[in-house]
Design a protein around this ligand. Sequence first.
Ligand code: PAF
Length: 302
Amino acid sequence: MILCRTLTELSEQLTKLKHNCSNRSNGSNGSVGFVPTMGYLHEGHASLLRRSRAENDISVLSIFVNPLQFGPNEDLDRYPRDEKRDLALAEECQVDLVFLPSTEEMYPKKPLTRVLVSGLTSKLCGASRPGHFDGVGMVVGKLFHLIGPTRAYFGMKDAQQVAVIQQMVDDLNYPVEIVPCPIVREPDGLALSSRNVYLSAEERAEAVVLSQTLQAAAQWIQEDGMTAEALLERVRQQISNAHHADIDYAELYTYPSLEEVPAAAPILLQSDKLILALAVKFGSTRLIDNRLLYPNEVINHA
Ligand code: PAF
């Protein structure tokens, strides 16, 4: 596995890897699978890396805690890091190249360009974390330029991020296929996140309310006449039963367009795919989770 810390090393090593592929007689065309991460890898990242390995000739991982996507009062300084463990997992997932740039390498001078995907970023995490998606767009856009992936793999836990990046790729004609991948969960349902390590034992036990509520909501939308308003009321009520839970948002939108769902109309009359998205703080740890809901399928299969 090749480690690159500079842009020059990255460019040289990628050229070599692609050249080696084109010399092989097994029909490989040098396709590049890319998994961008901020490190502290877990089984969710591993699932992306395995898929990247299976579907491409070359598999690339980046580990970079991107300061541009953290707000002034967020957890940039305490964001968990463990390079040794990350590299061991990358080896296990048969990554060919790991790109681990420093902040100076990625941003040698203060960037003045902004990658702003409007509309989609004004709600959910975009509303709670102003500027967050501009930072994500900037770093992902840069990494796409530097790596030139054929396919890039993103977890659906960050469903809004997937929608924003797909829009950026469409708008700017990046020649990359965005591959959304399923959320990986603990046995009790908690979505895997690098931030789960911050939770106290008590908060960890309560955090399961997120996935339990999402699962229950998939049943609740099937109730006769259930509206978005009534669903969200029930969702908020159930989450609030957990003592440490402090709801940032619990919202229902169309997905991936993130348009409003009429509050008082029966959900089952919606023709779009919907997303029920949650952001909840347990102590100082903010967790997100979501579930896609398919009202159409409920009706068609009834
Ligand atoms: O999802 C993440 O970990 C980050 O937002 C990403 C895509 C690696 C950009 O820093």
